[in-house]
Ligand binder design. Structure first.
Ligand code: NJP
Length: 271
């Protein structure tokens, strides 16, 4: 039967690509999305190793039910791909408090809901891999991405520690930090923009929106390639703690590390 995968956000983008890659590898995938039909249709309904379930990751009870159903039906969850997420794009002061909370509700608390639901089944078998789709924006923050980055920095902080708690119990973890991937991520289908009009930021925001619109659909990163890498890593005994994917992501992350080194050294100079 191969491995049993549970994937969130499988209706589109990277989640769909990972589902397809795992099916191509001969594995079984429980593909979840806010609409099970959308996940089934996106990931090719004819495959008898594909099982589509409805899961809005902000619903903790639904996450528990999906994990229980998967474990009962297949006897195990070998790989969880905590992928579902979206971006609130724009300058911080243009977001309502509700929009900021929605960002965290999905990207952080929703992702935690699914991990919390699945981890007990992995601990029970002393086996399993949790793949968390973070972002290079979880390592580096820029103007226009402050709210999204805040949610992904939180994912990084949580998962970096949780991974250490799980490791002695036989559960492995992989944090993935992609650069810009060609998915719906920057499209209005997925991304939201700050709604409060602040003239001081108007010009900078117009430039930022033009950048987002220009990048939408032309991002350098191929989600199918990242999906293949993740499926290949899931078969290895040794899984690295992180996969920084794409030249853009490695450049940004590398520059951040260098800046941090310099800032730490300067702090030491300051006594
Ligand atoms: O985006 P997209 P990606 N409950 O928009 C689902 C990260 N990332 O594949 O809206 C359950 O094509 C949504 O489902 P639905 C990014 O932060 C991306 O690029 O119902 N599902 C859809 O399946 C995210 O964590 C880039 O159809 C929910 C999927 O999420 C991950 O990659 C760069 C949901 C989004 O598909 C996948 O995003 C980077 C909910 N409450 C990190 N809300 C990039 N693309 O450039 C949304 O560094 N979904």
């Amino acid at each position: 039967m191969g491995k049993i995968w549970l994937v969130t956000g499988a209706s589109r983008g990277l989640g769909r690509a990972i589902t397809r890659a795992a099916l191509d590898a001969g594995d079984t995938v429980v593909a979840t999305a806010r609409s099970a039909d959308a996940a089934r249709e996106a990931c090719e309904g004819e495959n008898d190793r594909l099982h589509a379930l409805t899961l809005d990751i902000t619903d903790a009870e639904a996450a528990n039910a999906v994990a229980a159903e998967t474990a009962a039906r297949f006897g195990a969850i070998d790989v969880l791909v905590n992928n579902a997420g979206y971006a609130e794009l724009g300058f911080f002061e243009t977001f309502t408090d509700a929009a900021v909370r929605r960002q965290f509700e999905v990207n952080l608390f929703g992702t935690m809901n699914v991990a919390r639901a699945v981890a007990p089944y992995m601990r029970a078998r002393h086996s399993g891999l949790i793949v968390t789709i973070s972002s290079v924006s979880g390592l580096v923050s820029n103007g226009g991405g402050a709210v999204y980055s805040a949610s992904k920095f939180a994912v990084e902080g949580w998962m970096e520690g949780f991974a250490q708690e799980l490791a002695p119990l036989g559960v492995r973890s992989l944090l993935v930090e992609p650069g810009m991937l060609r998915t719906d991520f920057m499209d209005r289908k997925s991304a939201s923009f700050g709604s409060i009009d602040i003239p001081d930021y108007a010009e900078a925001i117009a430039q930022y929106r033009a950048f987002v619109d220009g990048a939408n659909g032309t991002q350098p990163g191929n989600p199918a390639l990242l999906a293949e890498r993740i499926v290949a890593l899931a078969s290895q005994d040794e899984v690295p703690p992180r996969l920084v994917f794409g030249d853009d992501a490695r450049q940004w992350a590398g520059a951040k590390v260098e800046r941090l080194r310099q800032e730490i050294a300067r702090s030491a100079d300051l006594g």
